[in-house]
Design a protein around this ligand. Structure first.
Ligand SMILES: *[C@@H]1O[C@H](CO)[C@@H](O)[C@H](O)[C@H]1NC(C)=O
Ligand SMILES: *[C@@H]1O[C@H](CO)[C@@H](O)[C@H](O)[C@H]1NC(C)=O
Ligand SMILES: *[C@@H]1O[C@H](CO)[C@@H](O)[C@H](O)[C@H]1NC(C)=O
Length: 359
């Protein structure tokens, strides 16, 4: 009798243990599978960006870092420049070092309220055309004049330059400066944008630096800018980045040498995908850049200039409107946001069409 009871308890215990093991392994398998799927998706997406855009992958890096702190995920792109080949990369970022090859000096003569400045690689015609047929097409929002311009660096050769000039004649929305257009030179591009705004468009009330792979909810952006509490000066807002550590791994494409930026962390800055500012700032930022040693992380560099100026980035009234990523398309989400990153020019066209459809 006693023996049977013991066996029974043993049996019961092992059954329990077995089911526990099955449960736990099953659970962890599912969790891992989920994480992996998600990671593959994000990394594949990063890969896609790295290959196709010299611009957008900085955003992907920030996104990955903010979603996965303490992870060192490297994009697998084959076209990624190896920082190890470049001893220490010294920029000559101040816009006075460059001049405009293509310019639209009179573009702001109609006193636009808001100017959207889009840094883009010369060959990214598809991205420009998608923007031209969507948010870049809007010239008036809530009765306020809006303008969209693209900023590019040097093309690879005379043929590409001819095509670009043809595109410029057709659309009159291209500004080109004579620096080598590359991922590492994005800080130069941003500073040239600031210079253009300061010298050709100081009459605009607000400006936005917006990447070429973005969805922009112009109505919501305009509502934000027209709200009575929105400052008209020393104002900059977007997706705030706090306490971001400087990447010191020499194999990372976001490596910044201590000689260029000695602090371990960046000052508070706005994620480069899209930040909005009062148009008194470009001139001040260009001025501050004379004393801030340039480094290749354009948005963090603007943050360093703002810190020098004693201007703190503002949190938007509704931070959830500055999105980096929306998981899947839902029209109501897009009706609410000001920014979100998209996967392709075609996606922008499709989503815009659906968001704008009458209901
Ligand atoms: C990676 O992205 C490409 C292009 O967007 C897509 O065709 C492919 O299915 C993706 N792969 C995975 C594993 O998600
Ligand atoms: C990158 O863009 C080119 C055309 O611009 C396209 O042919 C190619 O498939 C894209 N790469 C990926 C990984 O999607
Ligand atoms: C950045 O632009 C400058 C000026 O055109 C050029 O000398 C330099 O080689 C460029 N750097 C990279 C890495 O493209």
């Amino acid at each position: 009798m006693h023996h049977i009871k013991k066996t029974f308890i043993l049996l019961l215990t092992s059954a329990f243990l077995l089911s526990a093991v099955v449960y736990v392994s099953d659970f962890s398998f599912e969790t891992t599978a989920f994480t992996q799927t998600w990671l593959i998706k994000v990394m594949n997406w990063t890969h896609y960006k790295v290959i196709n855009s010299t611009l957008a992958d900085h955003i992907q890096k920030e996104l990955l870092f903010s979603l996965l702190p303490n992870q060192q995920i490297q994009p697998r792109g084959t076209t990624v420049a190896q920082t190890t080949d470049i001893p220490i990369y010294y920029h000559v970022a101040h816009p006075l070092n460059y001049h405009f090859i293509l310019d639209e000096p009179d573009k702001c003569s109609q006193n636009p309220f808001l100017v959207l400045m889009v840094p883009v690689a010369p060959h990214q015609v598809d991205a420009r055309n998608a923007i031209r047929s969507t948010w870049g097409h809007e010239s008036s929002v809530q009765g306020k004049a809006v303008l969209t311009l693209f900023l590019v660096g040097l093309t690879g050769g005379p043929e590409a330059q001819q095509q670009l000039e043809e595109e410029s004649r057709q659309h009159r929305d291209l500004v080109q400066s004579n620096f080598v257009d590359s991922y590492f030179n994005l800080t130069i591009k941003t500073m040239v944008i600031m210079d253009w705004l300061a010298t050709r468009c100081s009459q605009a009330a607000y400006a936005m630096k917006v990447d070429s792979d973005m969805y922009i909810g112009l109505e919501n952006l305009m509502s934000l800018l027209l709200a009575p509490n929105t400052p008209r000066q020393n104002y900059i807002t977007g997706y705030l980045m706090w306490d971001r550590p400087v990447v010191r791994d020499k194999n990372s494409k976001w490596y910044v040498a201590e000689e260029l930026y000695p602090e371990p962390k960046y000052p508070t800055y706005l994620l480069g995908m899209g930040y909005v500012f009062s148009n008194d700032l470009p001139e001040k930022i260009v001025e501050a850049s004379k004393v801030i040693k340039p480094f290749n992380i354009e948005d963090a560099y603007v943050g360093a200039c703002l810190k020098q100026l004693g201007i703190a980035p503002s949190s938007p009234p509704d931070p959830s409107q500055f999105r980096a990523y929306l998981e899947q398309y839902k029209r109501e989400d897009f009706l609410r946001v000001i920014t979100t990153i998209l996967g392709s020019p075609q996606q922008l066209i499709d989503i815009w069409k659906d968001v704008k459809r009458p209901t």
